[in-house]
Structure formats: structure tokens, C-alpha cells
Write a protein that binds this ligand. Structure first.
Ligand SMILES: Cc1ncc(COP(=O)(O)O)c(C=O)c1O
Length: 475
């Protein structure tokens, strides 16, 4: 037996050294967050060179934390600033700092929460956070769910759960339905869940980009007549492109007539239910069998926090239950939550604290105020831009996305003008917008969902759009 007693043990710093390490990281984080308002909305100049500088073999000997953080500084800076107030692209969220603190505590205490037995109270904290989310969505007591890494994984778990609930083991006659505007993760999840493309129907949308229940009904009848087994419809509760909300009550009615599982993809839109305006627009979500929610979007948490809610947690257990023999000593925490029986994962991070701690610390009111402000800001931007002759709004914002195309003078190329407008607005580096394509049209989007975005930055966005559009049109 070699004698290790005199060896240095850097993996277990003593209390004073640990504090120094924490302080160094705290200084780094505080500086990052303090300077966010003055940082550019994006900066990728020279980013490849910075990235290339990280290609190296692992060091045999450790380095000082200060030098490691110093190397991280440009790596963070050379990026799209997804945490900053000007980020109006894709689906923002921002990343509230208290959630990072929750992660810090959770990872440092490093308890196992996959099964209730080893840490019953911590598993209860996570289950409580899920219960809160279920209640916020209007689910009755007894509903449940699982925290995931994000909406794509939640959609995958939902599809597998619906498949097990509604189809036989030999499931290839099953058909699932979603709108043309569904997030790409739905088709991807269907494929991973074992459904070839022929099992997926893309239902056309109306002029406001919402799934048409009459065409869903027609597709169901046609597939039924061909001997296929329709089993699931995925409804959008806020599309990624424009925030369109499918007619949830009508879809639930059609689904009830045909015995379908209804899954709401509310990854982006779900948290708007926290305020009365949003709750009215999302009416019917509580009737869905399952709901994808992304706290890393509408609850402003850092990336890596998704949630799948189900009205009946037994359905999750039927799809994922069972336990390895080698875990037989662990017990089940007297009927406490056993997340591994509800999801594909066994060992994982203690995600619950990332939701529970911020809600404890800030209270729900702080979240409600933010969510209402985002609805108001989107509406304000829409009102400002709707009479701009060089722009054509696709729709009034159904949630917090303003989507529009260019209307060039004298029959110019609207798509080319849109792409150039986006480039010029983003080149100012105060805001960062993104685009999409709908029906062959180049669509600019302004998605307001960061807790750091307020009126001043929206004014910058609107001013930049107006000025650059006019300059492009030669005016
Ligand atoms: C409606 C919708 N569903 C699913 C997803 C996928 O979520 P994630 O990126 O967390 O995997 C997104 C992401 O933007 C989304 O907007």
C-alpha cells in the first residue's frame, strides 16, 4: 500500500483556501453582472482566435484561479450577450443570479435526489417546486412532473409517455399531430421516440399562425379511416416564431372526441399564465394531459432548467418506472418523490433548488411584475412600429414577440431588405434581434423575455429599426 499521507490534496481545499476560491469567482461574477448594461449586445470579433486558444492538452499541475478566470474573461465576452438587456433574439431569459447561487449550494452539498430515500427533504423541495409550477398552470392537486434540462427533453419525455399511455408496444401504426409552426424539437423527439416521419402530421395554421382544429379533425378522420391509430396532438402555447397560441379549448375538444393525448408545448409561453392577461390567452392549458414549461425562459432562470408537467404522474411512472437491484437498500423515502421512476435519468443535479430558492428569495410577485412588463413592452413596440410604412407587422403580439417583414419602396426585394435591416440594427450592438422564415418570407423578430430588458432598451430597438429602415429605403 503506497503511503499517501504527505501528498498534497488540492481536490479538497481547506476552509481558508476554499473561501479564497469562492471570493475570486464571486468577484468575477459581480463584475460580469455589474457591467452588463454597458456591454455590447454581441461581440464575436476575434472569437475564433479566442476559441482556438483553448485547444491544449490538460495541465499536469494546477494553475492559480486568478489566471484561469482571466482566460475565461475574453471567452465570455466574445459571444452573443444572452444575459444582457439588449438580447431580444430567439427566446431570451437572462439568468437571474439567485439561481446561480442555488446551483452553487446544490452542487457544493452534492446530495443525491434521484430517489427520495437518500435525501427526503431535498427531494421534497424539488417536488414542491414542481407542485408550484403545476398549480400555476391550473392543474389540480395530484398532478406532478419532472424537471429536465430544457424544452426539447421535456417534449421527448411527453411523447414517450403519451406513446406508452395510448399505444400498444408495437406502436408504428400510431400517428401524432402538431401544427406547421411547432418547434423543431417535436419532430426530433418523435423520431427519437421511434416514430418514422410517416407517423407525424403537420397541420396547417390560420392567418394568425394557429393550428386549425377543423383541419386536425379532418386529418384524424382520414387517418382513422386508413386503419391508423392517432394518439397525440401537440398544441403550441406560444410558438417560437411569433408567440402564436393554438386554440387550446377547441383542440382539447377534438382530442377528447378521438381519445388523443394532448400535450401543450408551453416552453416559451407557459409562464405568461402568472398574470391575468396571459392566463386569459392561455385558457384551456389546464385541460392538457401534459405541459412543457421552460423556467429558463419565462422564469428567467439560467439555461438548463426545463419542466414537464403531467395531470397524472402515474403515466410518467408507467413509461419510466422500475429500479435497479443494486439500489434496493435505498428505500423510497416513505412514498416521497422518486424522480428516477418518472424520467430517463438516475443521477443528476439537484435542479429543484434552482427554482425553489429564487421563489423563496424574491416571492412570486417579482416574477409576475416582470412577466407583465414583457407583455406591455411587446405591445408598446408593436404600437410604435405598426404605422411605419417600411415595415409590415405579421400580427398583434399574442404574447411578447413582435414579428414583422420589410415593405420596401417601389417593389424592392422584401427578404433582402429584411436581412440587411437586421444586420444594420444588430451592428449598433445595443440590441440583438434574430429572424425566421415563415411561408418563404424573411421575418424579423423582437422577443422580449429577459428580466433585464426594460423600456430604455426597447426604445433603442425601435429607434434603430426606424432609422435603419429609412436609411435603407434611401430616405
Ligand atoms: C416552443 C418551444 N418549444 C421547445 C423549445 C426547445 O427548448 P430548449 O431549447 O429548452 O430545448 C423551444 C426553444 O426555444 C421553444 O420555444
Amino acid at each position: 500500500m503506497p503511503d499517501h499521507k504527505d501528498a498534497r490534496r488540492p481536490l479538497e481545499p481547506g476552509p481558508d483556501e476554499l473561501r479564497l476560491l469562492i471570493d475570486a469567482c464571486a468577484d468575477f461574477v459581480v463584475e460580469q453582472i455589474k457591467t452588463l448594461p454597458s456591454q455590447p449586445s454581441w461581440d464575436l470579433d476575434g472569437a475564433e482566435g479566442v476559441a482556438a486558444g483553448f485547444a491544449e492538452p490538460p495541465p499536469d499541475d494546477g494553475r492559480a484561479i486568478a489566471s484561469i478566470l482571466e482566460r475565461l474573461r475574453p471567452a465570455v465576452a466574445k459571444s452573443l450577450n444572452a444575459a444582457g438587456p439588449g438580447y431580444l433574439a430567439y427566446i431570451p431569459g437572462g439568468g437571474i443570479p439567485s439561481a446561480a447561487l442555488a446551483d452553487f449550494v446544490a452542487l457544493a452539498v452534492n446530495r443525491f435526489v434521484g430517489i427520495a430515500g437518500p435525501a427526503p427533504a431535498l427531494a421534497r423541495i424539488e417536488a414542491q417546486a414542481i407542485d408550484w409550477l403545476a398549480t400555476l398552470m391550473g392543474y389540480p392537486p395530484g398532478a406532478g412532473g419532472i424537471l429536465t434540462s430544457g424544452g426539447s427533453v421535456s417534449n421527448l419525455i411527453a411523447i414517450v409517455t403519451a406513446r406508452v399511455a395510448r399505444l400498444p408496444e408495437d406502436f408504428l401504426s400510431g400517428v401524432l399531430y402538431c401544427s406547421e409552426e411547432a418547434h423543431r424539437s417535436v419532430a426530433k423527439a418523435a423520431r427519437i421516440a421511434g416514430f418514422p416521419e410517416r407517423c407525424l402530421r403537420s397541420i396547417p395554421v390560420d392567418s394568425r399562425l394557429r393550428l386549425r382544429p377543423d383541419l386536425l379533425e379532418a386529418a384524424l378522420r382520414e387517418d382513422g379511416a386508413r386503419g391508423l391509430r392517432p394518439f397525440l396532438v401537440v398544441a403550441n402555447a406560444g410558438t417560437t416564431n411569433t408567440g402564436a397560441i393554438d386554440p387550446l379549448p377547441e383542440i382539447a375538444d377534438v382530442a377528447a372526441r378521438h381519445g388523443l393525448w394532448v400535450h401543450a408545448d408551453a416552453a416559451y409561453g407557459g409562464f405568461f399564465r402568472l398574470v391575468p392577461d396571459g392566463a386569459a390567452r392561455l385558457a384551456g392549458i389546464e385541460r392538457c394531459d401534459s405541459i412543457t414549461l421552460d423556467p429558463h425562459k419565462g422564469m428567467f432562470l439560467p439555461y438548463g432548467t426545463g419542466c414537464l408537467l403531467v395531470r397524472d404522474p402515474e403515466t410518467l411512472r408507467r413509461a419510466h418506472g422500475g429500479q435497479a437491484a443494486y439500489l434496493q437498500d435505498l428505500g423510497h423515502g416513505d412514498g416521497g418523490p422518486s424522480f428516477t421512476e418518472l424520467s430517463p435519468e438516475l443521477s443528476r443535479d439537484f435542479r429543484g433548488l434552482r427554482i425553489w430558492l429564487p421563489i423563496q428569495l424574491h416571492g412570486l410577485r417579482a416574477f409576475r411584475e416582470q412577466i407583465q412588463e414583457k407583455l406591455d413592452l411587446a405591445r408598446w413596440a408593436y404600437d410604435e412600429l405598426k404605422d411605419e410604412p417600411l415595415l409590415e407587422m405579421l400580427d398583434e403580439p399574442q404574447l411578447s414577440i413582435v414579428a414583422f417583414v420589410c415593405r420596401p419602396p417601389k417593389g424592392g426585394d422584401a427578404n433582402a431588405m429584411g436581412a440587411e435591416l437586421l444586420r444594420r440594427v444588430n451592428a449598433r450592438r445595443r440590441v440583438f434581434l434574430s429572424s425566421t422564415t415563415i411561408g418563404g418570407r424573411y421575418v424579423l423578430r423582437l422577443c422580449v423575455l429577459s428580466f433585464r430588458t426594460h423600456m430604455d432598451r426597447m426604445q433603442d430597438a425601435v429607434t434603430a429599426l426606424r432609422e435603419e429602415a429609412r436609411s435603407l429605403a434611401g430616405g
